[in-house]
Structures are given as C-alpha cells and as structure tokens.
Design a protein around this ligand. Structure first.
Ligand SMILES: [Zn+2]
Length: 272
C-alpha cells in the first residue's frame, strides 16, 4: 500500500545522505552500538536523520552544534526505539535545547504536610511534559560508552514515560506485557534501592542512587543502565532488566556478552 509518510521519509533520506566519514567519526564515540548488525546500524542512522528533520535543535552560545554533534545526539536518541515499531514515540515534543553546561533549575515541591518548598537544583538534563528536552552539552559528550551513564537516553526515557500522562515510571506498555509484572519488578527494585540508602545514605548501590528519587527517575536511570551497563542492571535487578527487554524489545546484555566472548578484553569489567 502506498503511504504518504513512507514516501516523505524516503524523500527526506534521499535529500540528506550521511557522509560516511562524518559517520565514522561519530560512530567511534559510541561503543554502545558495538555488536549491532549492519542492518540495525543502517536503520538507526536513517531514523536519526528523520529525527533531526522533525525536531528543532537549539544550541545556546558555547555549544558547538555541528553536523557531527547533531548526529551524535540523534543516534543516541534513536537507540532505545531501534526495535520498536515506527510509531511516533517522540511525538510529544518538538525541541531539544542544548546548554553549554549544567544549569540551575528552580524546583517547587509540596511535602506530605502540604508545605511548599522552593529550591534550586543543579541539573544536566530536563524533560518537560509537552515541552522541550534540555540537555547540557558536556553530558551528551560523556554519553556513548558502556558506563551506566547516558544523558540522552535518560531524558528521552522521561519522554516515553510521559506519553501516557505524568512521568510516573510507567510508559505505555505493549499488549504482550502486563502492568502488574512491570509494577512488581520496578517497585521491588525501587524499594530495595531506597532501603539500602535508608540504612546508609552513602551506601554503594548497584545502580546510581539518583534512581531512588522517585519512580520516574528509577525508570530513566534503569533505562540508562539497560543500554549502557546491562550486566550491572541484570545482575542487581534481573526482573527490571527483563521488563525493559520486553519494553524496548532489545537485549543489550546478550550483545555485550557476545562481544566479550568474541573479544575477551572487550570493556574491562572493572569500571572505576
Ligand atoms: Zn531524570
């Protein structure tokens, strides 16, 4: 069947071919793509081009937003969607704003007794409901490795979470998934993480303690680990890994283990 959307996509792709040399330079900054098949990498690139075509990237002074930087950002944004149907997963926003550095975000919070607290929070990223995504450029640049950190994936996970309302750690699940399974996995791990931090606020936690802030942050941080430290996530919280595998329809752990068995010195296990 003829599809206007597919025709438009093909036309955009034909008009914006990726320079192989440009891609080689960007690809070298993205070890988290290692082990993807050639067809997967090709699809990722095409979706990155379409993503750049459909979003406005606004760079504040000090952000060197050249073609390589745009591609670096877009490819990481598309990695989580690689095996999801070509639906409008990032339809809830139009703009990504890049800050030259971490920024201060005024926060307002009403506590259990109804008192409003206002404070400033230093951040490297933010995702607004029906609004833009804000990313600090140094955070984008330090993303891309198998390091349990990826600012782009983190903030865009919030956007997936917001597709069905406020960010609450529950994105719209596929038909073959059950909310009760999702909730049990996430809640169990979230409670475990909080219990560890309640016992000792400086405890060595299996994933970034920021995940203990609230269920939305737990989902965003778990998504970062899923794509960039899947071994750590699967070891600490196997049922969370299983739910994210069902949601993203990818298995980065299998990919990483295959890379490690093929190249025994691939990514030292000791990360620090
Ligand atoms: Zn967050």
């Amino acid at each position: 069947m003829w599809s206007l959307r597919r025709w438009r996509h093909r036309r955009i792709l034909a008009r914006h071919p990726i320079d192989p040399q440009l891609w080689a330079g960007v690809r070298a900054q993205l070890p988290i793509l290692d082990g993807l098949g050639a067809d997967e990498e090709q699809r990722l690139l095409q979706r990155a081009v379409l993503f750049l075509h459909s979003k406005t990237l606004t760079a504040l002074p000090g952000v060197p937003l050249d073609a390589a930087a745009r591609l670096l950002l877009a490819v990481q944004a598309q990695l989580p969607l690689l095996h999801l149907a070509d639906l409008n997963w990032y339809g809830g926003f139009h703009e990504i704003i890049l800050y030259p550095d971490d920024f201060v975000s005024p926060q307002r919070h009403r506590d259990a007794s109804g008192v409003e607290h206002e404070y400033d929070d230093e951040r490297s990223g933010e995702a607004w409901q029906r609004g833009p995504v804000i990313l600090a450029w140094p955070g984008v640049q330090s993303s891309g490795g198998w390091e349990g950190y990826n600012l782009v994936i983190h903030e865009l996970a919030h956007k997936l979470d917001m597709l069905n309302g406020d960010a609450n750690g529950l994105p719209p699940l596929h038909r073959d998934m059950r909310i009760s399974d999702w909730a049990a996995a996430m809640q169990g791990a979230y409670d475990d993480l909080n219990a560890r931090l309640d016992r000792d606020e400086h405890a060595e936690t299996p994933i970034d303690p920021y995940a203990a802030e609230n269920p939305a942050e737990f989902f965003a941080v778990a998504s970062e680990y899923f794509f960039t430290a899947p071994d750590l996530l699967a070891e600490a919280y196997p049922s969370v890994y299983a739910q994210l595998r069902a949601f993203y329809r990818q298995d980065p752990l299998a990919r990483l283990l295959r890379l490690q068995s093929e190249h025994p010195d691939y990514r030292p296990v000791d990360q620090d």
